[in-house]
Design a binder for this molecule. Structure first.
Ligand SMILES: Nc1ncnc2c1ncn2[C@@H]1O[C@H](COP(=O)(O)OP(=O)(O)O)[C@@H](O)[C@H]1O
Ligand SMILES: [Mg+2]
Length: 331
């Protein structure tokens, strides 16, 4: 067990039911997350990041379904668990943080009621202990005067404070893994930085693992140890953040980084690379990126590149950049 990764995804496929058959939205994704590691999952909007996050949490809904592959958490296969077991596991071992705090919070219950209920559904504690735990969680996520705030309703909190409450909810059962899907996207820039700092501190102090899902390379640079770049449902490149930011080898990653002033970089629409990412079902033959790639050759149009190991990276490209990225990148 010792060196076994906390989370192990193998050849994951996610299908979308459509009028005519099914479309492949995630195609053969394999990823490991070690204990205590933060993995950034980055790519343009529509790449399949959130689908992968929902597959891990077991909250995939029609028309999406897992079509193949496996997901193991702490050695246990979790992609085919019955709904009830998955629901228990989801709160206990996996905490989730989503973009919009309002989807995670019940407007009709006080923050304290929600925290205490969640704590008691996962851990055998008395009402009193649950309340003490809730207070200490609010304190841990940086909510001032928790004893005054605990009996307030979500609408009485500002956007940034609400996201802190959502983070406290995700921590209720002391999970081993946090899935944070665009946790800062709905916040303005100064609040974004605060939430990033908070997540970084929590991961360090608690020794948790986290998958940070984002279209913002700046968030990855601030938070992640490793980064996986997703394009049209396939992994383009996986490597240590420092390596990928300084010497990205996939032309798509280079495109993402090209105009990047490191913080707050938005790759929602990637204007630096002409063309658009294909939607599921419209993926071109060969490398999915080839129509937009300046380095393409005949092989790229014909055959999808396999994931290859390349001095510290994994890259799916027939002709990866081997030279360091231009000096301004990562500077
Ligand atoms: N419930 C759904 N119904 C139809 N299409 C979906 C659904 N969920 C995701 N998709 C499609 O799958 C692709 C990947 O979606 P998603 O994982 O949300 O992307 P990302 O999080 O990277 O922006 C997109 O083209 C999206 O439109
Ligand atoms: Mg998403």
């Amino acid at each position: 067990m010792g060196s076994e990764p906390l989370l192990s995804i193998r050849h994951l496929e996610i299908q979308l039911a459509a009028a005519r058959g099914e479309k492949v939205a995630v195609d053969g994704v394999s990823l490991d997350v070690a204990a205590g590691e933060v993995l950034g999952l980055v790519g343009e909007s529509g790449a399949g990041k959130s689908l992968i996050g929902s597959a891990i949490c077991g909250i995939m809904r029609h028309p999406a379904r897992i079509g193949g592959g496996s997901i193991h958490l702490e050695g246990l296969r979790i992609d085919n668990l019955p709904e009830k077991r998955m629901r228990a596991l989801r709160g206990r071992r996996i905490g989730t943080i989503f973009q919009d705090p309002l989807t995670s919070l019940n407007p009709l219950l006080t923050v304290g009621q929600q925290l205490e209920e969640t704590i008691r559904s996962h851990v055998p504690v008395t009402r009193r202990e649950a309340r003490e735990r809730a207070l200490s969680l609010l304190d841990e996520v940086g909510i001032p005067r928790p004893r005054e705030r605990i009996d307030q309703y979500p609408h009485q909190f500002s956007g940034g404070m609400r996201q802190r409450v959502v983070i406290a909810l995700a921590l209720c059962a002391d999970p081993a893994l946090i899935i944070a899907d665009e946790p800062t996207t709905a916040l303005d820039v100064s609040l974004q930085a605060q939430i990033i700092l908070l997540l970084r501190r929590l991961v360090r102090e608690r020794g948790m693992s986290m998958i940070i899902i984002t279209h913002d390379i700046g968030v990855v640079a601030e938070l992640a140890d490793r980064v996986a770049v997703l394009y049209a449902g396939r992994l383009a490149e996986v490597g240590a953040v420092t390596d990928v930011l300084s010497r990205a080898s996939h032309p798509y990653t280079r495109g993402l980084l090209r105009c990047v002033p490191m913080i707050g970089v938005d790759v929602e629409a990637l204007e630096q690379i002409p063309g658009a990412m294909p939607s599921p079902g419209a993926t071109p033959a060969g490398c999915a990126f080839h129509p937009r790639c300046l380095r393409r050759s005949a092989q790229c149009d014909a055959e999808p590149p396999p994931m290859r190991h390349l001095s510290g990276f994994e890259v799916a490209c027939w002709d990866p950049h081997l030279e360091p990225a231009p000096a301004e990148v990562g500077a």
